[in-house]
Design a protein around this ligand. Structure first.
Ligand SMILES: [Fe+2]
Length: 233
């Protein structure tokens, strides 16, 4: 299997490329538009055919590469059913299979960070978007975020996955690349709560600044933007 984790320094975003091997089909999760060339070069290097590209949710801190990759490769663009993004050609509901050749991901609707947040489970790993971050969780104070929903997405869904499952988040600000469910249960400070109410209390008191890119990124990601459109805007 080919598995690559790309990092966008500006937004601290992780993007993932998965393929069953050289010369085979590939899928990308959470691409950043400015890094499109890097993904295309990687695809060329291993002679991969990009067939699906996924956003875990509508991002507020960077512009998604979905539309540009669709433009360049004619791949399908995929998000959860609740996504308002116009660019999406394939919407999945909870617990659907997403296949490319012999690779299979299971969609998990994990709302809370946004109402359209999905995680994607694949054998030994789960792509958690901004629902579960390493030693943190995604904020819930805009885009129909909801701390109670996030508590249930975390405790009733993601943390119920096998303990040895690797967590691959959409962001990390401290250089962590992945972690296991078992370790997150023990060390993630936001998961050391005894009730949904306690979790909501933590989330209500984060006092975070609004993301710098938010006013640009959210409308752009709902509409879908190509590099040409980005340069002209
Ligand atoms: Fe996010």
């Amino acid at each position: 299997m080919i598995f690559n984790q790309f990092f966008d320094k500006t937004s601290s975003t992780y993007t993932y490329l998965i393929s069953s091997g050289k010369g085979r089909e590939a899928l990308i999760i959470d691409p950043v538009i400015e890094n499109t060339e890097e993904y295309i070069l990687y695809l060329k290097r291993f002679n991969l055919k990009l067939v699906k590209v996924i956003d875990t949710h509508i991002h507020a801190d960077h512009i998604s590469g979905l539309k540009e990759l669709q433009n360049q490769t004619s791949c399908a663009t995929l998000m959860g059913d609740q996504s308002p993004a116009e660019v999406v050609t394939l919407k999945v509901k909870d617990n659907e299979k997403i296949k490319i050749e012999n690779i299979e991901l299971i969609s998990m609707h994990t709302p809370g960070h946004t109402d359209c947040s999905y995680s994607f489970y694949m054998n030994d790993r789960v792509f958690t978007g901004d629902t579960l971050l390493i030693n943190s969780t995604g904020r819930t104070d805009f885009q129909n975020g909801n701390s109670i929903d996030q508590y249930h997405s975390l405790f009733d869904r993601i943390l119920k996955l096998p303990e040895k499952t690797f967590v691959y988040p959409a962001h990390d600000y401290k250089g962590n690349k992945s972690c296991t469910i078992a370790k997150q249960k023990k060390t993630n400070p936001r998961l050391q709560v005894k009730s949904a109410e306690q979790y909501v209390e933590i989330m209500n008191n984060l006092n975070l600044d609004i993301p710098k890119m938010m006013d640009v990124a959210i409308p752009a990601n709902k509409k879908g933007l190509t590099i040409k459109e980005l340069n002209e805007s």
